[in-house]
Write a protein that binds this ligand. Structure first.
Ligand code: UDX
Length: 432
């Protein structure tokens, strides 16, 4: 099939490349010229394992191309995917200006040939219908169906997720469009559900909100565990063996970050409020998450008392999670200012997010170029992002480098017992 994918962010770039790998002809479009030039040189603007090879391979095979010319891409395609950003607006609502801007441009580019327009961006319920209205406003004779096919991929494993989806959700209002989209996605999985666009849009928000709820719930349990000296790791294991609960997304820590959960939970809450429904659960999920990264500071204050001024903390990890350079809503951005406020020196290391972090962090933070430098002579280590290379360090190696043996583990990822045996003061989240 011939596809145009508008927007070369995470969703557009990965899914466009994925569709080309399946044998389709894909034109990816972005209005940022430099990005398109980079992509045409096989340079990937984001860090995503496996993506560069896949882009190169499919470009060389002639199935994948990049352009700024939206109109030509739309004209050449049977299906047009809208995969532009829906950032958070000051009210918490999703900002749909990019989606609607693209819809209008698509409207101007359409002729009478039948095309399926697919909204892949995460959008409020009813947006696909509004997209259709705006396209028809520009071009009343357009022969289109507007559908919703949300994307569920995770950063850092986006390529894997594209080829191994848990499910594909197709929201379509006509059988013709639904059939075309089922055909396009059927090489990926047989777990395809078809529904109406509004339910499809809601499935995306409800899924992300549920996962965020799971995280805030286990974080709240961890905080209660801390107070009662129970161990959240054991609690989560015991809970997760119940099939109805499941073991995933029960890792207590310093809260969820990234480009989706924080924004989508707020957008769903806002959506409900527009219809005068005030969600108490979503508000609680947000409240717990806002406070969760403070747990590391509380442990730090508890260990060092009022003698924190002049101490040095080695911060391991800056990105919101491992295997990404994404700093959006990263807990490190909340933790670092609180340490600086206390007169603490901060040395930080992240294998990939270093450059992205530089402009976001106060100048006093020393971003170092190696893991050893981040550990050398520090009074305490803060594990903020659980990169695998951090976890391979032995307690003896840490001890040899550090000034004082204090580890505050915001991800419950270090071997607590091994560290304690080596004489470390260890604090996790819910593992006092
Ligand atoms: C998420 C969804 O998983 C994905 O389906 C959606 O399309 C986009 O949002 P992503 O933001 O890439 O993907 O990251 P994910 O791996 O889901 O983690 C989100 C956040 O939750 C991270 O900050 C992570 O550290 C945190 N998390 C996750 C926990 O704190 N505990 C867990 O048990 C799991």
């Amino acid at each position: 099939m011939k596809l145009a994918v508008i927007g070369t962010g995470y969703v557009g770039l990965v899914s466009g490349t994925g569709f080309s790998e399946l044998g389709n002809d894909v034109i990816c479009v972005d209005k940022i010229k430099e990005k398109i030039e980079q992509l045409n040189n096989n340079q990937i603007p984001i860090y995503e394992p496996g993506l560069e090879e896949l882009v190169r391979k499919n470009r060389e095979a002639g199935r994948l191309s990049f352009t700024t010319d939206l109109k030509a891409a739309v004209k050449a395609s049977d299906l047009v995917f809208i995969a532009v950003g829906t950032p958070e607006s000051p009210s918490g609502a999703a900002d749909l200006s990019y989606v609607y801007g693209v819809a209008e441009e698509i409207g101007e580019a359409l002729d009478h040939k039948y095309k399926v327009i697919v909204v892949k961006s995460t959008v409020p319920v009813g947006t696909s219908e509004e997209v259709e209205r705006r396209i028809l406003m520009k071009n009343p004779d357009a022969n289109i169906d507007v559908c919703s096919v949300p994307e569920f991929l995770r950063e850092g494993s986006a390529v894997h997720d594209t080829f191994h989806p848990d499910r594909i959700v197709i929201g379509a209002r006509t059988e013709k469009a639904a059939n075309l989209l089922v055909e396009l996605h059927s090489p990926l999985t047989d777990k395809i559900i078809t529904t109406d666009p509004r339910s499809s849009e809601m499935i995306k928000y409800a899924s992300n909100a549920f996962l965020a709820t799971k995280i805030s719930f286990i974080n709240e349990m961890a905080n209660i565990c801390d107070a009662y000296e129970a161990d959240i790791q054991a609690v989560a294991k015991g809970m997760g063996l119940d099939h109805r609960i499941g073991p995933k997304f029960l890792n207590a820590g310093i809260g969820y970050g990234g480009s989706c959960f924080p924004k989508d939970v707020k957008a769903l809450k806002h959506l409900a409020e527009e219809k005068n429904y005030h969600s108490k659960i979503l508000q609680a999920v947000i409240n717990v998450n806002d406070k969760q990264s403070d747990r590391m500071i509380e442990h730090f204050d508890d260990i060092f008392g009022d003698k924190v001024e002049g101490l040095t903390v080695g911060m391991l990890g800056l990105a919101f999670k491992p295997n990404t350079d994404d700093m959006r809503e990263a807990p490190s951005l909340k933790i670092i200012p609180k340490l600086l406020e206390r007169g603490v020196h901060v040395k930080a290391y992240d294998p990939i997010a270093r450059d992205n972090a530089q402009s976001l962090l106060p100048q006093e933070v020393k971003i170092v170029g190696s893991l050893t430098e981040a550990i050398q002579d520090v009074d305490a280590l803060f594990l903020v992002t659980e990169w695998e290379e951090f976890l391979s360090l032995s307690p003896a190696e840490l001890k040899a480098l550090m000034k004082q043996q204090v580890v505050i583990d915001g991800r419950n990822a270090f071997d607590r017992d091994a560290l304690k045996q080596e004489g470390f003061i260890y604090r996790g989240i819910g593992r006092k």
